[in-house]
Design a protein around this ligand. Sequence first.
Ligand code: GUN
Ligand code: FE
Length: 445
Amino acid sequence: GTVIHSISLTELEVLQNCFMLVDKSGKIQTLQADVQPEQIIAIVSDHGYAPDVFPVKYLRRGEFLCPGFVDTHNHAPQWAQRGLGIRGESLLDWLNKVTFAHEAKFADVEYAKRMYASCVAGFLQQGITTASYYGSHHGQATRILADVCVDKGQRALVGKCNMNRNAPEWYRDASVADSLRETRQLIRHVQDLDPENDLVKPILTPRFAISCESDLLQGIGEIAKEHPDLPIQTHFNEAQQEIQYTRQLFPQFRTEADLYRQYGLLNDRTILAHCIFLEEEEIQTLQHLRCGVAHCPISNTTMQEFMVAPIREYLRRGIKVGLGTDSGGGYSSSMLDAMKQAFIVSNARHMLTKGQDAPLSLAEGFFLATLGGAQVCGLEDRVGNFAVGKEFDALQIHTGELEQPGVMSPVEEDDSVLAIFEKFLMTGDDRNIVKVYVRGRSVKV
Ligand code: GUN
Ligand code: FE
């Protein structure tokens, strides 16, 4: 059938009558366009397989495969608070009034099991095959989150949120030593959990500098040095209010980039969420250290400060960019919604720069949600598109005929494949995502 994926930021490849062969380990063995059904047996035999061992699935017009979505920034313990108290609220007030109380509930192990099962299933349902998760500050609940991802088959980076100040006494790490011990325990737990499949990895997750004392950031930087493969994530230049408070707390650093760099937290495995108000020298630091940007346009435009990240500038500089739902600061946990908001925000940027920064194209938006996100998460050798040798993380999309339920713009006879794809991205939802695969395993229930 039809297969659509990104080759680069601007190149969207549409393969028709495409045959894809996925082996038992979930790796893509071949990807070939313009194949007639009667050629399939020969191709399969060429790869050394008996023709009858593979079930072959045929897609019809209006159906296609695309890579799974990569959510580069997601707060798993905010799953049950999406939509609450965020409209027009300042970031720090929202954390204090709404968020910390919700995340604190994950002290209860049974609650964590129940809520994380719902959360991971909910994200898979929406086609998020890879997520970079912030857990709560609880070590045990975060280990449970990693267990749930392995069990349900979601590819994930899972981090225990480090935070030992500027949060209520009932929701923060008791000490620097405690915070670092729990972090190390999570790293061991995740590495032991799934060494063969390697679907789930630990990620260092200092919440942001406001919630970490200097000694804690120092300690996390030391863990990063000991484990050179570990990814790192934090919130970065998200709001003026947050930047000013960070400056008050850390007057010795010129900028946030200077701060995180000096603690050893900026490298080519770092995922920086938001990146709205960067000074030129900070952009250069991101460029030189090859840090990735998690663009979260929904939360950026729902809070009090309407925030427009200069994504075109980052792309122009060759900085890696992916999309994040920032669920629940982002009220929606749908990557389709995040992509649409990215288009809208890029229009705002186009206006603000008097036409200098072009709006994102459809191909670019889709790239950010898939291959761009994989690059940001350090997974571009494994997922993000259907290059031969990568793992099969895929969505089977049914855009349906008129009788199919849903609100998607109906497919008409004269629609090109690209028009159908555009209709899905702009008006489809999870009802159109009928199957979700992570490394060949069907994971949508
Ligand atoms: N900064 C620190 N914590 C958070 C959070 O939970 N969400 C967002 N959007 N920003 C943050
Ligand atoms: Fe966030």
